[in-house]
Design a protein around this ligand. Structure first.
Ligand SMILES: [Zn+2]
Ligand SMILES: [Zn+2]
Length: 345
């Protein structure tokens, strides 16, 4: 099969690799029809995190079930399915708690499972991981574009909003204008936030934030961003969504938090080797909640809204490529020419 592989910083190649096969009774093989390139893929692409080379890449697959192992009961060949970035069993202590990313039987895309940016993937926990798209929506191209962000960014933005305690009438600040930050805005609006301040520094992305329901846009960084948010919120927001993961973003997040506020964080921590300074949290009784998003826990709830047409994250896809265009997709995201790249196979 054809699949994208990482060969080193800045070097993604689409090449011929072995097709994954069923190796256990709970496995399924999915023929990928749609996938995406993620902001988190840029960490290794830029050489800022280590990754084996060559290795398959991608973790946001949607497609058609091709084959299932003998114990699989929730999906069958021909079903349209999507999967979160983490594989989980759905039955262990942590899955039952909605903490699927801590699944004791968990697995990931990559290695000989195939990455999400290739023609086929093997899912080692098919019943716990794969989510079926209802048949009457399974072939509508527009609907599929709107569903694909459920594999990661929409649910991750939602996790930031939930972790920050966003509720009806809330005032919140969203730090970061990448796909996750934009989905955080969408999720906060869905949860009933009345005031949503989007903080970023790309005009085109903030325009999407506005379309998604942001009531105030702050295009600045660092101290200037903090001042602007504190000004429009009269001293800080009660709910802050940290959607980047960089040390500077966490700093901005805590500095725009009102005393007693909650910061929901979902960005993979980077540049925090020296640790997070707890003093600003201590001084104003600010709570820090969140972590890696247990996407699988949120898919059904959010999918229902996407299918009824009240939730549409598809504007985060500002560029579409085919499988051979994946290297170009990485370049576009790295150079900020695209917010998020959709890959249609
Ligand atoms: Zn992702
Ligand atoms: Zn589990």
């Amino acid at each position: 099969m054809r699949a994208a592989r990482y060969h080193g910083p800045g070097d993604i190649r689409v090449e011929e690799v072995p097709k994954p096969e069923i190796e256990g009774p709970d496995h399924a093989i999915v023929r990928v029809t749609h996938t995406a390139i993620c902001g988190s893929d840029l960490w290794f692409y830029r050489g800022e995190s280590d990754r084996e080379a060559p290795s398959p890449v991608g973790h946001e697959p949607m497609g058609i079930v091709e084959e299932v192992g003998e114990d699989v009961v929730s999906v069958e060949p021909g079903d349209r399915v999507l999967a979160p970035f983490a594989v989980s069993c759905g039955a262990c202590e942590f899955c039952r708690k909605g903490l699927h990313t801590s699944c004791v039987n968990g697995d990931s895309w990559g290695g000989d499972n195939g990455g999400g940016q290739g023609e086929y993937v093997r899912c080692t926990q098919a019943d716990g991981t794969l989510v079926r798209v209802p048949d009457r929506h399974a072939d509508d191209p527009e609907t599929l574009r709107s569903l694909l962000p459920l594999t990661d960014v929409l649910c991750t933005g939602h996790h930031a909003a939930v972790s920050a305690g966003v509720d009806e009438g809330a005032t919140c600040a969203v730090v970061g204008d990448g796909a996750v930050g934009l989905c955080g805005v969408l999720a906060a609006r869905r949860l009933g936030a009345e005031r949503i301040v989007a903080v970023g520094h790309h005009e085109d992305r903030l325009a999407i934030a506005e379309e998604f329901g942001a009531t105030d846009l702050v295009s600045a960084r660092g101290e200037a961003a903090v001042e602007a948010v504190r000004e429009v919120t009269n001293g800080g927001a009660n709910h802050v969504l940290e959607c980047v993961g960089a040390e500077s973003a966490m700093e901005t997040a805590v500095n725009v938090a009102r005393p007693g506020a909650t910061v929901g964080y979902v960005g993979v921590p980077h540049g925090m080797d020296a640790g997070v300074d707890l003093f600003p949290f201590f001084g104003d009784n600010i709570t820090l909640r969140g972590g890696v998003a247990p996407v699988r826990a949120y898919i059904e709830e959010l999918m229902a809204d996407v299918l009824q047409g009240t939730l549409d994250p598809s504007p985060v896809f500002t560029k579409t490529v085919d499988l051979e265009g994946v290297p170009e997709g990485y370049r576009a995201m790295d150079e900020r020419d695209a917010v998020k790249v959709l890959v249609e196979l």
